[in-house]
Each structure stands twice: as C-alpha cells, then as structure tokens.
Design a protein around this ligand. Sequence first.
Ligand SMILES: Cc1ncc(COP(=O)(O)O)c(C=O)c1O
Length: 386
Amino acid sequence: MTGIARRMQRIAPFYVMDLLAQARRMEAEGRSIIHMEIGEPDFDTPPPVVAAGQAALATGEIHYTPAKGLAALQQAIAGHYRDRYATDLDPQRVVVTPGSSGALQLIMSVLVNPGESVLLADPGYPCNRHFVELVDGVPVPVAVGPETAYQLTARLVEEAWRDDTKAVLLASPSNPTGTLISDDEMRKLHATVERLGGVLIVDEIYQGLVYDEVGGTALRFADNLFVINSFSKFFGMTGWRLGWLVAPETFIDPIDRLAQNIFLSAPTLSQHAALGAFTPQVMEILERRRQAFQARRDFLLPSLRELGFSIPVTPQGAFYLYAGCSELCDDSKVFAQELLQKAGVAVTPGLDFGFNRPQSHLRFAYTTDLERLREGVERISAFLAS
Ligand SMILES: Cc1ncc(COP(=O)(O)O)c(C=O)c1O
C-alpha cells in the first residue's frame, strides 16, 4: 500500500480489541462470557462527579479552556498530591491532558529527538513504544522478570543504557503485572538516570489502586522528572478522556505551546466533572471500590495459582494478574482463543505486552465482580480438566 507513512509499519494493533470484539459477538449470539480481558474498571463514574459534569453542561458554557487546563483543576490536582501523598507541588507544573495518552504524546514530543532511544520495561503497556515511534524515537524494550518484580531497576537501566538513550519510562503500578517499584528503588532509578544524563518518566496512572501498602508518587523524591496520571482508572472516568502530567518547570512552556497546537484544550466538560472528584464523599466511594478490587485480587490470585498458573510475585496494585502458563499450554494466544470459544472466558494473551516470552503469559483483569470471577475460575478449571 503506497502513501501510508513508513512509521505505521511499526504501529501494532491491540490484539485484545479483536478478542473483545469476538467476545461481544458471541454474547450477541447468546453465549455467556466472563470478561477478564478488559483494562478498565467495571464501576461507573462516581455519581457526584457525573453531577458536577451535568451542572457544568446545564450552564451551556462549554468553551475551550487554557491549554494547560482549568486553573481550578490544576490547583485541585496539586491539592490531591498534598492531601493524599504529602507532596507539595506548584499547580503551574500540572498540565491537564486528554487522557494520560495525551500526556504521553506531549512528553515524548517535547523530549525525544529522532533517533534517540527510550528504555521501557518488557512486558509493559504496549502503546508506550508507539508513542516513542510517533516522534521517530527508538523504543528499547528491556526484558524484566520476577527477580525484579517485573520492573526496571537502576542496574538494568545502567546495563541497557546506550549513547543515544534519552529517557526511561517506568510504570508503578504496572500494566500488565500490577507490581510496584519500591521507594528505595525509585530513588536509585532517579539518581542513575540523572547521572547518565537522561530523563525519568514515571507513569502513575494506577495510583490509588494499591493494596498492601499506601503507595505513593515519584514526585516525593525529585522535581526533575515527568509524572503521568489519569482520571481513567482510580477515578473511574475512562470515557471522559482526562489525565494530567507533572513536568519539570523548564518544560512547562514547550508543553503548553505544543498542547495549544495539538489539543487546544482537554475536554472542558470532563474538566468540570473532575473538579467534583476531590471531595471526601467521592474519596469514600473510591476507597470502597479499592477495597472491592483488593478482595477480587485476594480471591483470584490463589485460585489461579491453584489451577497451575505461575504468579511468582504478588501484584500489589492496578487490577491485573500476569500469569505464566507454560505448564498449561505451548502458546498463550491459542490458549486464550480456546478458553474463549470453549469456556466463554476472555483473557488477554501476553502478545499484547511485548516480546519477552509473550507466548508463555496471559493477563487476567479483575474488572468484573467476585461472583463472575468465581464462575470464571470454575470454567477455567473445567476447561483444563477436559
Ligand atoms: C500503563 C498505562 N498507561 C496509560 C494508559 C492510558 O490511559 P488513559 O489515556 O485512559 O489515561 C493505560 C490504559 O490502559 C495504561 O494501562
């Protein structure tokens, strides 16, 4: 096919979207499907947030906002870091974006020159490497495993560093593994990247969805790094398309200029809705949801281990379990297909998350209620026995 830019050859589709479409077709034909493939909370947007959006809509004043976002929202986000994470932040360093996806696009664009490389954990969130490709940068996947809780470490970064490396992108908690980077390792990572002359980017979009410990933010340790966050997951606002980034002060002006050009502003209605998200009432709703996710993880983790899946590190965040399946099958893509067709259980094969033994892994998302998860485990058990 002529005309399509060469970079498009390196942009892979999301396999899970095919699988989801197939599952939906089966449901339309009357099959019952347990969804463990979907990477979004099953909870709706908290009612007070919807009400704040409705109130804004009723005024009819839905115009562009400043490219960096409503000043009140920048302040509310800075207040959230202060109240929940004991971190003081100049609201001017907060830029509100169309999802954290918009933040990733802005950061890669202002940071990475053509030919410069960005180190990424593999397995990891698949879109990350495509954001690097989009600016003609070079994504460098670094294989990670259970020995480092599926996370990059200062040592791995040092080993993988190249002359052309510009940045390191981390995610804590991680998609697809749900694992965290400890405070101690985050400090070491920051110091190492700084010493090597690069820039650290930390994706914290699952912040708040942490189970056995409080969780935190890399902003506690340093100002000269980028942090990405979102209203999608913890706040249950995926479809509102709203996220934010926190940037070092010197990057704010270029980011503002670029945001003015490519987005004009993040969705205005969503920004007004998000202003309703930082009340004690909403925090209480979100805390109950966090506990529900934890109960699901505490059920699903031992159940999958019992069925023969290998999950050597207990995932402490997000809503994913990344399970080794080499004792149960040769190819996770074939296995996921059979599981969907024969048992009516949808899970995501490792293929979506990189090049590091994808055929031996599956991602289970516990974005469905406990009862359905129980039913899912029973179906998988029967499928394995058949
Ligand atoms: C690790 C990670 N980063 C970024 C995103 C993008 O999310 P959004 O654009 O909805 O904020 C996702 C979505 O699943 C994700 O898992």
